[in-house]
Design a protein around this ligand. Structure first.
Ligand SMILES: [Mg+2]
Length: 236
Protein backbone atom coordinates (compact mmCIF):
# COMPACT_ATOMS: atom_id res chain seq x y z
CA UNK A 1 0.00 0.00 0.00
CA UNK A 2 1.49 3.34 -1.06
CA UNK A 3 1.50 6.44 1.05
CA UNK A 4 -1.15 8.21 -1.00
CA UNK A 5 -4.63 7.13 -1.97
CA UNK A 6 -6.30 10.36 -2.96
CA UNK A 7 -4.88 12.94 -5.36
CA UNK A 8 -6.44 16.40 -5.72
CA UNK A 9 -5.65 18.22 -8.95
CA UNK A 10 -5.88 21.86 -9.84
CA UNK A 11 -6.93 22.44 -13.48
CA UNK A 12 -5.63 25.69 -14.92
CA UNK A 13 -1.91 25.55 -15.69
CA UNK A 14 -1.75 22.16 -13.99
CA UNK A 15 -3.72 19.99 -16.46
CA UNK A 16 -4.93 22.50 -19.03
CA UNK A 17 -2.77 25.33 -20.32
CA UNK A 18 -4.70 28.41 -19.29
CA UNK A 19 -2.52 30.97 -21.10
CA UNK A 20 -3.14 29.38 -24.50
CA UNK A 21 -6.87 29.04 -23.85
CA UNK A 22 -7.07 32.60 -22.53
CA UNK A 23 -5.15 33.98 -25.52
CA UNK A 24 -7.47 32.22 -27.95
CA UNK A 25 -10.56 33.43 -26.09
CA UNK A 26 -9.32 37.03 -25.76
CA UNK A 27 -8.37 37.17 -29.44
CA UNK A 28 -11.82 35.99 -30.51
CA UNK A 29 -13.57 38.29 -28.03
CA UNK A 30 -11.73 41.44 -29.09
CA UNK A 31 -12.22 40.61 -32.78
CA UNK A 32 -15.92 40.15 -32.16
CA UNK A 33 -16.09 43.52 -30.42
CA UNK A 34 -13.96 45.23 -33.09
CA UNK A 35 -11.43 46.41 -30.54
CA UNK A 36 -7.75 46.42 -31.46
CA UNK A 37 -5.66 45.26 -28.52
CA UNK A 38 -1.88 45.62 -28.61
CA UNK A 39 0.50 43.08 -27.00
CA UNK A 40 1.35 45.71 -24.36
CA UNK A 41 -2.34 46.02 -23.52
CA UNK A 42 -2.60 42.24 -23.13
CA UNK A 43 0.28 42.33 -20.65
CA UNK A 44 -1.59 44.98 -18.69
CA UNK A 45 -4.82 42.95 -18.83
CA UNK A 46 -3.01 39.98 -17.29
CA UNK A 47 -1.55 42.17 -14.53
CA UNK A 48 -4.98 43.55 -13.64
CA UNK A 49 -6.62 40.13 -13.85
CA UNK A 50 -3.89 38.56 -11.72
CA UNK A 51 -4.25 41.27 -9.07
CA UNK A 52 -8.00 40.68 -8.96
CA UNK A 53 -7.51 36.90 -8.55
CA UNK A 54 -5.12 37.46 -5.63
CA UNK A 55 -7.73 39.78 -4.05
CA UNK A 56 -10.35 37.07 -4.64
CA UNK A 57 -8.14 34.45 -2.94
CA UNK A 58 -7.81 36.78 0.04
CA UNK A 59 -11.61 37.08 0.15
CA UNK A 60 -11.50 40.82 -0.66
CA UNK A 61 -13.66 40.68 -3.79
CA UNK A 62 -16.33 38.21 -4.84
CA UNK A 63 -16.13 36.08 -7.96
CA UNK A 64 -19.01 38.11 -9.45
CA UNK A 65 -17.19 41.39 -8.94
CA UNK A 66 -14.03 39.89 -10.41
CA UNK A 67 -15.81 38.59 -13.49
CA UNK A 68 -18.07 41.57 -14.10
CA UNK A 69 -15.51 44.35 -13.66
CA UNK A 70 -12.18 43.01 -14.92
CA UNK A 71 -12.84 43.99 -18.53
CA UNK A 72 -14.46 47.34 -17.74
CA UNK A 73 -11.60 48.23 -15.36
CA UNK A 74 -9.06 47.25 -17.97
CA UNK A 75 -10.61 49.25 -20.81
CA UNK A 76 -11.21 52.24 -18.52
CA UNK A 77 -7.42 52.67 -18.36
CA UNK A 78 -7.48 53.25 -22.12
CA UNK A 79 -10.47 55.58 -22.05
CA UNK A 80 -12.78 52.94 -23.54
CA UNK A 81 -16.18 52.45 -21.96
CA UNK A 82 -17.53 48.89 -22.31
CA UNK A 83 -20.12 46.66 -20.66
CA UNK A 84 -18.07 44.42 -18.34
CA UNK A 85 -20.74 41.75 -17.98
CA UNK A 86 -21.23 41.51 -21.74
CA UNK A 87 -17.48 41.08 -22.28
CA UNK A 88 -17.26 38.50 -19.52
CA UNK A 89 -20.07 36.45 -21.08
CA UNK A 90 -18.26 36.50 -24.43
CA UNK A 91 -14.97 35.59 -22.81
CA UNK A 92 -16.46 32.61 -20.93
CA UNK A 93 -18.17 31.41 -24.09
CA UNK A 94 -14.91 31.40 -26.04
CA UNK A 95 -12.90 30.10 -23.09
CA UNK A 96 -15.04 27.01 -22.66
CA UNK A 97 -14.59 26.19 -26.33
CA UNK A 98 -10.84 26.03 -25.89
CA UNK A 99 -8.71 23.48 -24.12
CA UNK A 100 -5.00 22.87 -24.53
CA UNK A 101 -3.22 20.22 -22.51
CA UNK A 102 -0.27 20.94 -20.31
CA UNK A 103 2.51 18.66 -21.60
CA UNK A 104 1.82 15.05 -20.66
CA UNK A 105 -1.35 15.84 -18.71
CA UNK A 106 -3.68 13.41 -20.45
CA UNK A 107 -1.37 10.41 -20.17
CA UNK A 108 -0.40 11.16 -16.57
CA UNK A 109 -4.03 11.42 -15.48
CA UNK A 110 -5.09 8.31 -17.43
CA UNK A 111 -2.26 6.36 -15.81
CA UNK A 112 -2.75 7.62 -12.25
CA UNK A 113 -6.51 6.96 -12.41
CA UNK A 114 -5.70 3.25 -12.39
CA UNK A 115 -4.04 3.38 -8.96
CA UNK A 116 -5.43 6.44 -7.19
CA UNK A 117 -8.70 8.23 -6.48
CA UNK A 118 -8.49 11.46 -8.45
CA UNK A 119 -10.46 14.63 -7.75
CA UNK A 120 -10.49 18.06 -9.36
CA UNK A 121 -10.22 21.13 -7.12
CA UNK A 122 -10.52 24.30 -9.18
CA UNK A 123 -11.20 27.98 -8.59
CA UNK A 124 -12.82 28.44 -12.00
CA UNK A 125 -16.37 28.86 -13.20
CA UNK A 126 -18.43 25.67 -12.92
CA UNK A 127 -19.86 25.50 -16.45
CA UNK A 128 -16.61 26.57 -18.08
CA UNK A 129 -14.41 24.12 -16.19
CA UNK A 130 -16.82 21.21 -16.58
CA UNK A 131 -17.10 21.73 -20.31
CA UNK A 132 -13.33 22.03 -20.75
CA UNK A 133 -12.72 18.86 -18.72
CA UNK A 134 -15.35 16.93 -20.68
CA UNK A 135 -14.11 18.22 -24.06
CA UNK A 136 -10.56 17.29 -23.08
CA UNK A 137 -11.91 13.81 -22.24
CA UNK A 138 -10.41 14.13 -18.76
CA UNK A 139 -13.61 14.29 -16.68
CA UNK A 140 -14.09 10.51 -16.82
CA UNK A 141 -10.87 9.93 -14.85
CA UNK A 142 -12.03 11.92 -11.81
CA UNK A 143 -14.25 10.56 -9.06
CA UNK A 144 -15.40 14.08 -8.26
CA UNK A 145 -15.06 17.60 -9.59
CA UNK A 146 -15.10 20.44 -7.06
CA UNK A 147 -15.28 23.96 -8.43
CA UNK A 148 -15.21 27.02 -6.16
CA UNK A 149 -18.35 28.52 -7.69
CA UNK A 150 -20.35 25.45 -6.68
CA UNK A 151 -18.74 25.06 -3.24
CA UNK A 152 -19.22 28.72 -2.30
CA UNK A 153 -15.59 28.96 -1.18
CA UNK A 154 -12.27 29.03 -2.98
CA UNK A 155 -8.75 27.79 -2.51
CA UNK A 156 -6.87 28.60 -0.27
CA UNK A 157 -9.85 28.96 2.12
CA UNK A 158 -10.08 26.14 4.64
CA UNK A 159 -13.85 26.07 4.04
CA UNK A 160 -13.23 24.99 0.45
CA UNK A 161 -11.21 22.00 1.62
CA UNK A 162 -13.70 21.18 4.39
CA UNK A 163 -16.43 21.11 1.73
CA UNK A 164 -14.37 18.75 -0.43
CA UNK A 165 -13.26 16.47 2.43
CA UNK A 166 -16.78 15.91 3.73
CA UNK A 167 -17.86 14.83 0.25
CA UNK A 168 -15.16 12.23 -0.32
CA UNK A 169 -16.15 8.92 1.26
CA UNK A 170 -13.55 7.54 3.64
CA UNK A 171 -11.06 10.32 2.98
CA UNK A 172 -7.80 9.97 4.91
CA UNK A 173 -5.99 13.32 5.03
CA UNK A 174 -2.71 11.51 5.71
CA UNK A 175 -3.06 9.75 2.37
CA UNK A 176 -4.07 12.81 0.37
CA UNK A 177 -1.87 14.95 -1.87
CA UNK A 178 -2.80 18.15 -3.70
CA UNK A 179 -1.03 18.94 -6.97
CA UNK A 180 -1.15 22.46 -8.38
CA UNK A 181 0.82 25.29 -9.97
CA UNK A 182 -0.23 28.03 -7.55
CA UNK A 183 1.63 28.58 -4.29
CA UNK A 184 -0.98 31.07 -3.08
CA UNK A 185 -4.06 28.92 -3.69
CA UNK A 186 -3.16 25.22 -4.16
CA UNK A 187 -0.18 24.89 -1.86
CA UNK A 188 -1.23 27.42 0.78
CA UNK A 189 -4.69 25.84 0.82
CA UNK A 190 -3.33 22.31 1.09
CA UNK A 191 -1.01 23.28 3.95
CA UNK A 192 -3.88 24.94 5.80
CA UNK A 193 -6.04 21.87 5.25
CA UNK A 194 -3.36 19.60 6.71
CA UNK A 195 -2.61 17.54 3.61
CA UNK A 196 0.63 17.00 1.68
CA UNK A 197 1.32 19.36 -1.17
CA UNK A 198 3.09 19.07 -4.51
CA UNK A 199 3.94 22.32 -6.26
CA UNK A 200 3.92 21.96 -10.02
CA UNK A 201 6.49 24.66 -10.82
CA UNK A 202 5.45 24.72 -14.45
CA UNK A 203 7.18 28.03 -15.20
CA UNK A 204 10.41 27.10 -13.43
CA UNK A 205 10.34 30.12 -11.12
CA UNK A 206 12.06 30.75 -7.79
CA UNK A 207 9.86 30.36 -4.76
CA UNK A 208 10.50 33.61 -2.89
CA UNK A 209 7.38 33.22 -0.76
CA UNK A 210 7.12 31.76 2.73
CA UNK A 211 4.86 29.00 1.38
CA UNK A 212 6.83 25.76 1.44
CA UNK A 213 5.42 22.78 -0.47
CA UNK A 214 6.25 19.21 0.55
CA UNK A 215 7.35 18.39 -2.99
CA UNK A 216 8.19 20.28 -6.16
CA UNK A 217 7.99 19.01 -9.73
CA UNK A 218 8.69 20.80 -13.00
CA UNK A 219 7.12 18.26 -15.36
CA UNK A 220 3.84 16.54 -14.69
CA UNK A 221 5.25 13.09 -15.44
CA UNK A 222 7.63 13.45 -12.48
CA UNK A 223 4.57 12.60 -10.42
CA UNK A 224 4.94 8.91 -11.28
CA UNK A 225 8.42 8.84 -9.78
CA UNK A 226 7.39 10.85 -6.75
CA UNK A 227 4.45 8.57 -6.00
CA UNK A 228 6.48 5.42 -6.74
CA UNK A 229 9.21 6.54 -4.35
CA UNK A 230 6.64 7.15 -1.69
CA UNK A 231 5.25 3.70 -2.35
CA UNK A 232 8.69 2.18 -1.97
CA UNK A 233 9.42 4.15 1.21
CA UNK A 234 6.04 3.30 2.66
CA UNK A 235 6.50 -0.41 1.98
CA UNK A 236 9.91 -0.72 3.69
MG1 LIG B 1 -3.72 26.70 -11.51
Amino acid sequence: MGKYKTLLFDVDDTLLDFDLAENAALTRLFEQENITVTPAMLVRYRELNEAMWRAFERGEVTKNVLHNTRFSNFFKEYGIDIDGEHFEAGFQKYLQEAHYFVEGAYDVIAQLAKDYDLYVVSNGKTTTQNKRLIDADLAKYFKGIFISEQTGYQKPMIEFFDYVFTRIDGLDKNKTLIVGDSLTSDIKGGLRAGIDTCWFNIRDIDNTSDIQPHYEIKKLNELHMLLENKKILASI
